[in-house]
Write a protein of this length. Sequence first.
Length: 180
Amino acid sequence: MSDVVVAKRYADALFSLGLEQQKLEQFVDELKVVQPVFQNDKKLAKFLAHPKFDNAKKKELVVDAFKGLDKPILNTLQLLIDRHRISIIPTIIDEFISLVNDAKGMADATVYSTRKLSDDEKKHLERSFAVRLGKNAVQLTNIVDPAILGGIKIRVGNTIYDGTVKGKLDRISRSIVSAN
């Protein structure tokens, strides 16, 4: 079974539990603290994947590191250690946040531009993409990418809306080639 399918199952279970306990927002906040640790800390990943250390030591480290987290999240992390699924924690968190956003009628998106967008520009894009996606709201994160010559590129999940000059030139080039 692929890691994405497994991650979705864990995310679904955590979502159901958070919904039942009415703690979805709390879970999202806590998981946003956990995610960068498991994405960026290579030493922790190496330690947790190492077969020489027993699971009790690994779980003890995780529990000590994340003392303030809600019990269901800590239990999930410990379960993932027992099942040797530490590598999918960031994917589980992404899937969980996606489920919560869907339940709220929201979407997260990343907009790539040549310069930092003003608040008005961001709000306008958020409103227009909320309508386009059929969501109540879209939350944009702006990333400045000097490689973009002009225009913007927006990524929502796995879908990319390319309104860059380079993207338009590429589409024109492909249409010319296919017409011949």
